[in-house]
Write a protein that binds this ligand. Structure first.
Ligand code: GDG
Length: 484
C-alpha cells in the first residue's frame, strides 16, 4: 500500500462514524449531525486543528455520499473521507463484534456478550478497510489518531501496509479487569495489535491499570517500565507509551451559550412550567450501561420513603434513541418505558407528573437550557468511560445552583469528586438518600461544590486533552526510533 507523501504534518482522525451521517429521509438522503460522546468531543478539536476525518458516512450509495460530502468539504478546511460499508459488513463489524461483544465486555457485562465467530471475521476485514483508506491519505509526517473500540486492529494493518508515521489510539470506553477480559476469545490478537500504535490512551488510571494487568497475563514477552503516570512497553522492537488522558469538553462553548439571553429566557420558561418544583435532570443515550432502570427504581424508592418530596420534585429524563437494531436495546426501551409509566401511575396526579420523559435528541440550545435550569443532575451509569453529560452540566451551571449526583463508576467521578455527591447506582436506597440530601442542600454549599467542579472542567478541557495526547504522540516517535 502506497502512502501519500504530499500530506505532511496533517492530523488524521479515524473513527467508526464521521461527524455527519447520511440518512434516508422521505425525500431521499439527508445529512444529519452524528450523535454520541465521541463526536461531541472530537468536533471542536477537529475544527481547531484541521486535517482529515475518516469514518463511516451512514446509509446511501457511493456516488450520493461522495456528492454530499464534497459539498460539506468545499466549505471547510477539514476534509471528511468516507469508508463505505455494505449492510453485511456493518452488521458483523458494528452491530456484532463492536456492540454485542466489545461494548458489553468492556463495561463488565460479560453475560450480555454474543461471541459469534463470524463477527470476528467481519471486524478484521472492516478494520483492514479503514486502514486502507487511511493509508491513502497518510504521509510520513502525518499524525494518525485512531479512536475507540471499533478500530483496535487498524494500527496493525497500517504498519503492515508500510505506514511509518506516528499512530495513536484512544479508547473512549473503560478497559475491563483481567478476569473479564480473559473471556474474549480473540484477547491475544487484540492486545498484540494495539502494540503497533505509538501511544495508547485510556480515560482513567484504573483503565490503564486493567490494561497493564492483561498485558502481563497474556503477553509475557512485553517489557514494561513505569515513569510517573506513563508506562513504556517494549514489544517487537517498538516502544508504546501507555497513559491515561481523561477527556474533557469545550467548556467555553457551554458556559458562553448558557449566558445568552435566549437561553436565559428558555431557562425561566422551564422553571415556570415546573411551578417552583426542583428539576432533576437525566440525559442519556438509551443504553444499558447508563443505568436507567436502576435510576428509576431509586426514584420510586425516593417517593416511597420520603412522601414529603412528592409534588416537590420532577425528573426530566431525556433518552436519546441508540442502536435500535440490537435486541437488548429494544428490550431496554420496553423496560424503561414500563417503569416510567408505573411510577407516573403510582405517584402522579392531575397537577404533577413525577417523570417527564423525552425520547428523542433535543437540540443543543434546549440541552444547555435544561442543564442550566436543573437543580439536580442525576447521572448514574453502572459503568462509563468518562460521561461528558456530567461535565456539560457543570459548564452550563453559570449561576452555580445545581447539585451533581454522579455514579462512582463513571470515569468523570475521578475528576468531579471534589464537588459531586458520589453514589453506587446499584444501591437504590443510597441514590434515594443522595436525592434527598441534594434536595435539601443549602445554596451556599451548592455554590461551593459547583464552583470547584466548574474550575476543574474548565481547566481539563477538550483542547488540553488533545494537546496532551498529541504531544505525547510526538515525543513517542523518538523513543520508538531509538528502540528500533
Ligand atoms: C462515549 C463513552 C465517553 C445526549 N443527549 C443529547 C445530546 N447528547 C450528547 C451529550 C454528550 C453526548 O451526547 C453523550 O456523551 P457521553 O460521554 O455521556 O456518552 P457516550 O455517547 O456513551 O460516549 C463515554 C465519551 O464517549 C467521550 O469519550 O465520555 O464514556 O461511552 O456530549 O451532550 N446532544 C444533543 N441532544 C441530546 O438530546 N444535542
Amino acid at each position: 500500500m502506497k502512502t501519500n507523501k504530499g500530506n505532511t504534518g496533517k492530523m488524521i482522525l479515524v473513527s467508526n462514524r464521521l461527524p455527519t451521517t447520511v440518512e434516508t429521509g422521505p425525500d431521499g438522503p439527508v445529512m444529519k449531525p452524528s450523535s454520541g460522546g465521541l463526536v461531541t468531543a472530537l468536533k471542536p478539536v477537529f475544527k481547531a486543528r484541521k486535517g482529515y476525518w475518516i469514518g463511516w458516512p451512514g446509509e446511501g450509495h457511493g456516488d450520493e455520499i461522495d456528492e454530499m460530502l464534497a459539498g460539506s468539504n468545499a466549505d471547510s478546511a477539514c476534509q471528511l473521507i468516507p469508508v463505505a460499508l455494505t449492510p453485511g459488513e456493518r452488521k458483523g463489524f458494528y452491530t456484532g463484534f463492536s456492540n454485542e461483544i466489545v461494548w458489553p465486555l468492556f463495561h463488565d457485562l460479560q453475560a450480555r456478550c454474543n461471541f459469534d465467530p463470524s463477527y470476528w471475521k467481519a471486524y478484521v476485514s472492516v478494520n483492514r478497510k479503514f486502514a486502507e483508506v487511511t493509508a491513502r491519505v497518510a504521509g510520513n509526517d502525518s499524525v494518525v489518531w485512531v479512536h475507540d473500540y471499533h478500530l483496535m486492529l487498524v494500527g496493525e494493518f497500517l504498519r503492515g501496509d508500510g505506514v511509518r508515521c506516528r499512530l495513536g489510539f484512544f479508547l473512549h470506553i473503560p478497559f475491563p479487569p483481567v478476569d473479564i477480559f480473559e473471556k474474549l476469545p480473540w484477547r491475544t490478537q487484540i492486545l498484540r495489535a494495539l502494540f503497533r500504535f505509538d501511544v495508547i490512551g485510556f480515560q482513567t488510571p484504573r483503565d490503564q491499570r486493567n490494561f497493564l494487568s492483561c498485558v502481563r497475563r497474556f503477553l509475557p514477552d512485553v517489557e514494561m517500565q513505569r515513569a510517573d503516570e506513563e508506562v513504556r512497553a517494549h514489544c517487537n522492537g517498538r516502544v508504546t507509551l501507555i497513559r491515561s488522558f481523561p477527556i474533557g469538553i469545550d467548556f467555553d462553548e457551554f458556559n458562553t451559550h448558557a449566558q445568552q439571553p435566549e437561553i436565559a429566557a428558555r431557562v425561566a420558561e422551564i422553571r415556570g412550567d415546573m411551578r417552583g418544583r426542583q428539576v432533576i435532570l437525566g440525559v442519556d443515550r438509551l443504553d444499558y450501561t447508563k443505568g436507567l432502570p436502576e435510576r428509576l427504581r431509586a426514584f420510586q424508592h425516593l417517593f416511597a420513603t420520603y412522601k414529603n418530596l412528592r409534588r416537590q420534585v420532577s425528573l426530566v429524563q431525556i433518552v436519546v434513541p441508540s442502536r435500535e437494531n440490537i435486541p437488548k436495546y429494544r428490550e431496554l426501551k420496553v423496560e424503561t418505558e414500563t417503569l416510567i409509566s408505573q411510577i407516573n401511575g403510582q405517584f402522579g396526579d392531575p397537577g404533577w407528573m413525577p417523570i417527564h420523559y423525552i425520547h428523542r435528541s433535543v437540540d443543543r440550545p434546549e440541552l444547555i437550557a435544561l442543564y442550566s435550569a436543573a437543580d439536580i443532575a442525576l447521572i448514574t451509569p453502572i459503568k462509563d468511560g468518562m460521561n461528558l453529560v456530567a461535565k456539560e452540566f457543570c459548564a452550563s451551571q453559570v449561576d452555580e445552583h445545581g447539585v451533581l449526583i454522579l455514579s462512582e463508576f463513571a470515569g468523570s467521578a475521578e475528576q468531579l469528586n471534589n464537588g459531586a455527591v458520589l453514589v453506587n447506582p446499584y444501591d437504590f436506597g443510597a441514590v434515594a438518600e443522595a436525592l434527598h440530601l441534594a434536595f435539601r442542600m443549602a445554596p451556599a454549599e451548592r455554590k461551593q461544590r459547583m464552583r470547584k467542579m466548574r474550575r476543574r472542567v474548565r481547566n481539563a478541557n477538550v483542547f488540553r486533552w488533545c494537546d496532551d495526547f498529541c504531544s505525547c504522540l510526538e515525543n513517542s516517535q523518538g523513543k520508538a526510533a531509538k528502540a528500533a
